[in-house]
Design a binder for this molecule. Structure first.
Ligand SMILES: [Zn+2]
Length: 378
């Protein structure tokens, strides 16, 4: 994987990442397809139309259903879901720690119960990497523990130390698997994950340790899990300078358009979040003039598109009144059009961000974008 910085403005970076599945222009927002599908009946053809560069799938979900071994047998995740651009898989750690019936964390890994059928599963660094290798994603994520945002320092420090030891095991396992003949993607790369909750000293120390391992990219995990936005920005201010300038930085699970603008300003390249899809499914739509709740009565006779000038498949063809009618009638198309609009909005904003850094006007772009989005249309 090759990472090339094309322009900078302050700490903001505009870069290109060459992968075995194509080039990613950063800063980028990855579109979250939990079970190898974006919730809301969105197809991979749709993703091509709305400017998706990277699709993100969840390792834990695919492991418990339909199973990574079956997906490998069918040629890997790219072939399975018919998507030939980059895919990032998470490690499963976040779901294991937050969703599954957690049993016990040990040095070897975690034993937990599947949320589908309750069966007992063990996952450690090796298992997580084996699953991601079976899926054959472009970028695999290290198996880590994501401590709660407000965890005590006495808990966070040993947890982060274990996460470092797990990272060493992840890297060894990925190297081993990439050398095997029947591996789906022998050029799969690994991103390490910085943890340390809201303690800058632990974050910085951990960043230095994992940077020494010379991985292809670095993520900042364990943010947007309950701390304030100010705390998140402070941790980014403190931590990102210790990550390599010549490697991608990924802020996991973040966030609102404002969070993304603040992250870019602090040197982040990759983002992902369920907000645009989840909000879309609930008729909450992003526009350049604030958020719209399409269920409001005032949109019943509104024959304008969700946003004038938007190039998404919903706005190109359908009115607010019609989409609202579909949502009221519980027709799946209503949800689908809302999700397409929101994802297009995010993807388009990332393009504007890239253009702004290219021309050295990101600071001004950010100021105007934040001001216009603060208008309240709801
Ligand atoms: Zn639109």
């Amino acid at each position: 994987m090759k990472y090339k910085v094309l322009a900078t403005e302050g700490r903001a970076k505009r870069a290109e990442v060459e992968t075995v599945h194509g080039t990613i222009q950063t800063p980028v927002f990855m579109n979250v397809g939990t079970v190898a599908a974006i919730k809301g009946a969105v197809s991979t053809e749709d993703l091509e139309r709305i400017g998706t560069q990277v699709e993100l799938s969840n390792t834990y979900h695919l492991h418990v259903r339909t199973g990574d071994k079956i997906i490998k047998q069918l040629g890997g995740l790219h072939k399975f879901m018919s998507w030939n651009k980059p895919i990032l898989t998470d490690s499963g750690g976040f779901q294991v720690f937050s969703l599954a019936g957690l049993r016990k964390i040990r040095e070897e890994g975690v034993t937990f119960h599947s949320h589908i059928d309750g069966r007992k599963i063990f996952m450690g660094p090796e298992e997580s990497i084996q699953i991601q290798s079976n899926l054959g994603s472009t970028i695999a994520m290290a198996f880590d523990e994501c401590p709660p945002a407000l965890a005590e320092k006495e808990y966070v420090r040993p947890s982060v130390e274990r996460t470092t030891r797990w990272l060493v095991r992840c890297k060894a396992e990925l190297d081993r698997l990439n050398a095997l003949d029947d591996t789906v993607n022998k050029e799969q790369v690994l991103f390490g994950i910085n943890q340390g909750a809201i303690f800058p000293d632990i974050r910085i120390e951990h960043a230095k340790r994992i940077v020494d391992m010379d991985l292809d990219g670095y993520a900042i995990g364990g943010l947007a899990v309950g701390e304030s936005h100010e705390q998140m920005y402070y941790i980014l201010d403190e931590t990102v300078p210790y990550l390599p300038q010549n490697k991608p930085v990924y802020l996991m699970g973040v966030g609102t358009p404002a969070n993304i603008l603040e992250g870019v300003e602090r040197g982040v390249d990759f983002f992902d979040c369920v907000y645009p899809t989840r909000n879309g499914r609930h008729a909450h739509l992003y526009t350049n003039h604030g958020k719209i709740n399409l269920m409001n009565a005032k949109y019943e006779t509104d024959d304008r598109p969700i946003e004038e000038g938007c190039g998404c498949p919903a706005c190109q063809r359908y009115s607010r009144a019609y989409i609202r009618h579909l949502l009221k009638a519980k027709e799946m198309l209503g949800m689908r059009l809302c999700v397409l609009h929101n994802l297009y909005f995010y993807n388009q904003m990332m393009k504007e961000i890239r253009d702004a850094i290219d021309c050295g006007c990101f600071a001004m772009y950010k100021k105007h974008k934040l001001a216009s989005m603060e208008e309240n249309l709801e």
